[in-house]
Ligand binder design. Sequence first.
Ligand code: FES
Length: 456
Amino acid sequence: MPANIEVQAEPGALVHDVIERAGLSLVLPCGGQGRCGRCLVVVKEGRVRRRSVVRLTPQDIEQGYALACQTLLEGDATIYVPPQEMSLVRPESAASAGKVAPLAITCDHARAPWVEKYHLRIEPPSLADNTADWERLQREAARQYGLRGLTTTPAIMSKLASVLREANWDVTLVVERGTWIEPDAMPRLIDIRPGDTTAQTIGLAVDIGTTSNVVYMADLQQGTLIDHASAYNGQIVCGEDIISRIIYAKRPGGLEHLQKLVIDTINGLIDHMLDRQGLRAEDIYLVTVAGNTTMIHLFLGLDPQYIRLEPYIPTVNHPVPVRAGDLGLHVHPEATVDCLPGVGAYVGGDITAGVLRSEMSEQEAITLFIDVGTNGELVLGNSEWLISCACSAGPAFEGAGVTSGMRATQGAIEEVWINRETAEPTYRTIGNAPPQGICGSGMISLLGEMFITGVI
Ligand code: FES
């Protein structure tokens, strides 16, 4: 290994697992199925058993190449792990908070908010009025705002006495109304803050793509976007497409690992924005999540296996809201996390969100909605009918299943020119770095040039 790491392993251990145990990361583009041939390592010395060599030539084997996902150790070995494609950190889409223009949000949060804040000044107790703190707060909330039947959590109850007194009985209540699953639920106090903090209520919108994750931070009070950040989905190391991830999830601990990777990615983005905005995780009270059906399953820790198998049935299309604390998100632990409803195994809540946002389902004219992501979806229709379908689109553009294919990162060939006379190709790589492979734009450019020059 480049870092000269030594690690203990038992005979029969999978080389990939041993590499991970050594604290190194090795990308498994096809989820470890032995299909893509891109998890290559070099066995410098020692005995190994290659379970599959379909992606290797006899020369490769002679030079010591082996697929980390298909090779078992049979004794002591020295293995070289080549540097991984530098693709796991995606540059920020927004350069800095100051440059993010506040955008109006055309949602109806202001009309039916799930989370509301109420500034409350409470008369302190006295010998003449010795009502307990909680009942006193309930009484004032009902009197000043008509909030009846207020409930709360044990965590709030345990800090109530001190917060009220430290704040001199001048507090802001953060109250959750019933969500879609329980619209008539009693109002629930999820936080209590000293002073008046009603000017801002922060919520997040999270888009979990198979390749990219984006988090938007919004002020639900003002209806404006405050910030956004994006990064590659950390699950990429376990497979580049949905099917590879589903297969990876079948390994022992695979589902938990995938869930942790996506939560870590989202938390990294949240932390970044909190830093930029000078906010705390506890300031975020609502999280809405969109993603394809498999991504939502992995985010919630649900087994996605049956999405892949005929007749392609997800565990759930519209998951019930969950508490952020149960998922380990870096927001207020009592914040509601709501995943938008999907339609089926391969048409998820991200498409529902797109259809709603485009308002195509309210128009008479027939509209075609196209989402070309790693999973590609089409929706056609109008206010009377909608029909949708999906296919695996991204891998064709991101290198999976393509010899020498790679994502559009440093060293990827992104443009090709072919000399008409000599058919000699020239190319440009991203970052003008030595060529590592070819990305989607490069392949389109190459095919175009080959067609124009008559090579094909
Ligand atoms: S062949 Fe090993 S990850 Fe694809």
